[in-house]
Design a protein around this ligand. Structure first.
Ligand SMILES: *Cc1c(COP(=O)(O)O)cnc(C)c1O
Length: 231
């Protein structure tokens, strides 16, 4: 008997492979990040036992509690808003930060990584739907003023690419134009600055297949793997 989490992971991986095929993408080109926020270390260990090693969390407090009690081969990504006063705490715990949403946080993360002697991979979060309730750079900010130029000066960070959380849509297809917009913004910014931004972190449980069709390289999937989050 395989358990529900193992079964859900298997189905999710199969759907990722099918979406890669449909989009004529290389098999294995999309990374599955299991979003484990609100779930206990025991539940996360079940996913790890089923071969899932990369996990996304949105709160520094949860990372502080979970990372030390789980296997050292797990890889942790921060996907939620990062306050400057939490940079020191989170940097030893995560390999990737998807939610860099201001130049001041970007610089603080670079400085702290230098101080503790680590390299980290980062994504710039873009508020592609211009949703006032969401964090992130505005698309014009990235296209026009010096954000990418500031990234050229980073010493301890590898700029992977862009991340977005689109506005809520009733259907997966409703999110497609936002995913396409992030890819187009990436292409435009790369053409203007010459900065490669190969990574696109986009797509969640309801719409990750559409995101893959539009170029996602990392999908952040929670409830399709773990079920509905506890409150
Ligand atoms: C919670 C969360 C997800 C996962 O959402 P699901 O709908 O459960 O897949 C993905 N990305 C971010 C930034 C999140 O906060």
């Amino acid at each position: 008997m395989i358990n529900a989490i193992a079964q859900n992971l298997k189905i999710t991986r199969e759907r990722i492979v099918a979406a890669e095929k449909r989009a004529a993408r290389m098999p294995g080109s999309v990374e599955l990040l299991a979003v484990s926020k609100k779930w206990s270390a025991e539940v996360i260990a079940e996913a790890a036992a089923a071969g899932q090693l990369a996990f996304g969390e949105n709160r520094v407090q949860e990372l502080v509690a979970k990372v030390p009690v789980l296997a050292p081969d797990l890889r942790w990504h921060l996907i939620g808003h990062l306050q400057k006063n939490k940079v020191k705490k989170v940097l030893p715990l995560v390999g990737d930060i998807h939610s860099i949403d201001s130049l001041s946080v970007l610089r603080a993360v670079d400085r702290e990584a230098g101080k503790i002697g680590v390299r980290r991979r980062i994504f710039l979060q873009v508020n592609i739907g211009e949703d006032p309730a969401k964090h992130g750079f505005q698309a014009e900010e990235l296209a026009e003023n010096g954000v990418l130029e500031a990234c050229d000066g980073l010493e301890n960070l590898d700029l992977a690419g862009l991340m977005t959380i689109p506005p809520f849509s009733e259907t997966a297809e409703g999110a497609r134009r936002y995913f396409a917009a992030l890819r187009e913004l990436r292409d435009k910014v790369t053409a203007r600055t010459g900065t490669a931004l190969p990574g696109l972190s986009m797509g969640m449980s309801g719409d990750y297949e559409v995101a893959i069709e539009e170029g996602a390289t990392v999908v952040r999937v929670g409830s399709s793997i773990f079920g509905q989050r506890p409150r």
